[in-house]
Design a protein around this ligand. Sequence first.
Ligand code: ADP
Length: 435
Amino acid sequence: MGENQSRQRAPKLPIGSVADDYTGATDLANSFAREGLRTIQTIGVPREGLVPDDVEAIVVALKSRSIRAQEAVAQSLDAYRWLVERGVGHVLFKICSTFDSTDAGNIGPVTEALRKESGAGVAIVCPAFPGAGRTVYQGHLFVGDRLLSESPLRDHPLNPMRDPDLVRVMQRQSRGDIGLVPFSVVDQGPDAVKARISELGRVGAVAAIADAITMQHLETLGESALMEPLSTGGSGLGAGLARALVRKGLSSGAGGDALQRVDGRPAALAGSCSAATLGQIAQARAQGMSVLQIDPASAIADAGEALAAIERWLAEQSGDAPILIATSAAPDVVAAVQSRFGREEAGRALESLLAEAALLLMSRGFRRLVVAGGETSGAVTDALGIEALLIGPEIAPGVPVTTGLGHASGPIGLVLKSGNFGDKDFFAKAFEAMA
Ligand code: ADP
């Protein structure tokens, strides 16, 4: 088959992504769904048969941002190969919009390894996310109106970002040459970008940092990136790619709701102690929701008794109205608990209590869960054996309704939110969206 013929044939699945952390993966999956792509996020490479045939976008979530480069490369290649076996046309290696990495990796090594595997020419690399104030100009990353190196990322505990010039940053992590597609080229549109990329390919570049200040630039880059099987970027580039796929007719753009409807009682579990979550719990209580407020100190001291108390309380909750179980507490209580038990110890104990509570809820026929708290969500989904999330509409910015796949009993309605997300009525809205 000639090269042109193979290019023109629509891929079985328009787009896939290997994401270097879980929340970044959700962010990207949410962006794909917002652009109308039928999207699933998987936690690592899922077992065979879990992903429905009708999805248009698969985001494989890894935790590879801060591990050793060699390990990140191995995991990313596994995920990449699995996506290609499923017939994915283009893969976005999803990185953080602040280019979180060190001179040892992992953005450079993973991009180079995936490029080699995919046979791509020059990979476009762009972390810009203008909606969140991340823009790239002359290869320099800005966070709001500051250069990356003058932003709080300068003192990031794992990857302090002290050089704002992404060409330089990526060059230090890479074996091959890194080029630049400057603003003046991106601003002229896809043909100019493609010409520049070809030029960089001729002089031996393996990847190129591309400028982007607006969503329009990311649309241009999305269209240009589709020329090759691989690109590297943030969810802004993801949105640009998705729009290009819709424009080219490779997706209808009408599949943003991939949910499977789930019957079963609704409940919320809250482990976040953020101001937003505390306000949401107060509002739910004021609106008459049945709330079990767990006393954190006694629950940590005697987890068995805490779980038994949850079981007794659940036995009294009849009917179909949503209920809420919370360990969340105000800052003074949290401080006291942490100084008595240690911050991590307390966190882990309360996360596993809520994870156990989730299992109790399952055994009582609850099948729709809202979980407040990033770490808490991880503990709950691990306990339930969730391996993938079908992405539905957004309830609040960054928080979609999802269907969790992988639990032995079948699909579960899930809303997972990190602490500070959502307005006061979040719980009511989440239950309504899952109804
Ligand atoms: P967020 O998204 O708001 O950061 P997380 O779930 O990621 O929420 O983190 C909250 C952490 O606080 C978890 O480890 C949780 O177990 C812990 N935690 C919950 N309730 C309390 C409490 N009352 N006192 C101390 N720690 C708590």
